[in-house]
Structure formats: C-alpha cells, structure tokens
Design a protein around this ligand. Structure first.
Ligand SMILES: Cc1cc2nc3c(=O)[nH]c(=O)nc-3n(C[C@H](O)[C@H](O)[C@H](O)COP(=O)(O)O)c2cc1C
Length: 153
C-alpha cells in the first residue's frame, strides 16, 4: 500500500476542494491510501511514514501562503530521501502556475531529497472566493490518478 498525504491551506474552500478531488482520483487507483492535513496539524515525524507528500496553496500575492512556505522549510529537518512530492495552487488573477513554480523552486532548494512526481497543477478560480472555474475540477482528479499510478509503478 502506497501512502500519500496532501497538506494544504485554503481560506475560502477552493484549494480544499482541489485537494479533495485529487484524493478522489487517487482512490480510483487500487493500493493507494491518501490522507488530508493542514500544515499546523501535521507532525513532522509522521511524514516519514508516507511515500509521497503533496502540497497545495492558494496564490496569495504571487506565491504560496506563509503557512505553506513555512511548512516546506520545515521539511528540510527530516530525512525524505526516496519520497516523491507534487504541488498545486489555485489562483484568481492571471497568475497561472505562479505559486506552483515558486513552491517547486523552494522544494528544490530547501528539500532536494524530495523528487517531483509530476509538474505542479494550477487551478483557476473565478474571483477571490471562487468558485473553481469550469472545466478545472476534472484536471484535479486526473492529477490524482497520474500521481497514484506513478507511485505504484
Ligand atoms: C490575501 C490574498 C492575496 C491574493 N493574491 C492573489 C494574487 O496575487 N494572484 C492571484 O491570482 N490571486 C490572488 N488571490 C486570490 C486567491 O488566489 C484565491 O482567493 C484563492 O485561489 C481561493 O482559494 P481558497 O478558496 O482555497 O482560499 C489572493 C487572495 C487573497 C485572500
């Protein structure tokens, strides 16, 4: 059984919905156990038990939230050799992939042991509070399926 944890923040619920859709996709693949968590709830030592760590954030001023940036920094304190990672963001302006790219860069610099399983997912929302733009949610499910298959393979 491959174990995945999705750690995310969400102010208005859109990034949470993305995280839940990713999990839905993952659960379509047998042999995957997926869990959701918030940065403040996750005990660092507990992460050792996972095969993959996914990190999701709304785009706040062109990057991930402070809580998520701090969480990624903290990952450097534990040995994550051999584990996979992937990131996702939600954005309301024209900033497609902006927070995703920053999170990937931060992981590359601060936690090089973590290898990216797939390029990050960036999901558009309609305005600050959402909702998630049409056609975007299926991408989340597909992303979940893709990562789950990679973990098995
Ligand atoms: C403080 C704050 C700053 C934001 N800055 C940006 C931004 O720079 N670019 C952008 O595209 N969206 C920005 N947004 C819109 C968020 O990306 C949007 O609210 C978020 O994707 C919704 O996700 P959530 O429901 O999970 O909070 C900002 C939102 C907030 C609350």
């Amino acid at each position: 059984m491959a174990k995945v944890i999705i750690v995310y923040e969400s102010v208005f619920g859109n990034t949470k919905m993305v995280a839940e859709s990713i999990i839905e996709g993952m659960r379509q693949v047998s042999g995957i156990e997926a869990t959701l968590g918030k940065p403040k709830e996750v005990d660092l030592k507990q992460l050792i038990g996972y095969d993959a760590i996914l990190v999701g954030s709304p785009n706040h001023m062109g990057g991930a939230t402070r809580g998520i940036r701090k969480f990624i920094d903290k990952l450097a304190k534990i040995n994550l050799e051999g584990k996979l990672a992937a990131v996702f963001d939600t954005y309301a302006g024209g900033e497609f992939e902006k927070a995703v790219k920053k999170m990937e860069k931060q992981i590359g610099e601060k936690v090089p042991a973590l290898k990216l399983a797939a390029p990050g997912l960036s999901i558009k929302v309609e305005g600050m509070r959402g909702p998630i733009a049409e056609g975007e949610l299926p991408k989340c499910k597909e992303f979940g399926v893709k990562i789950a298959n990679q973990l098995k393979g």
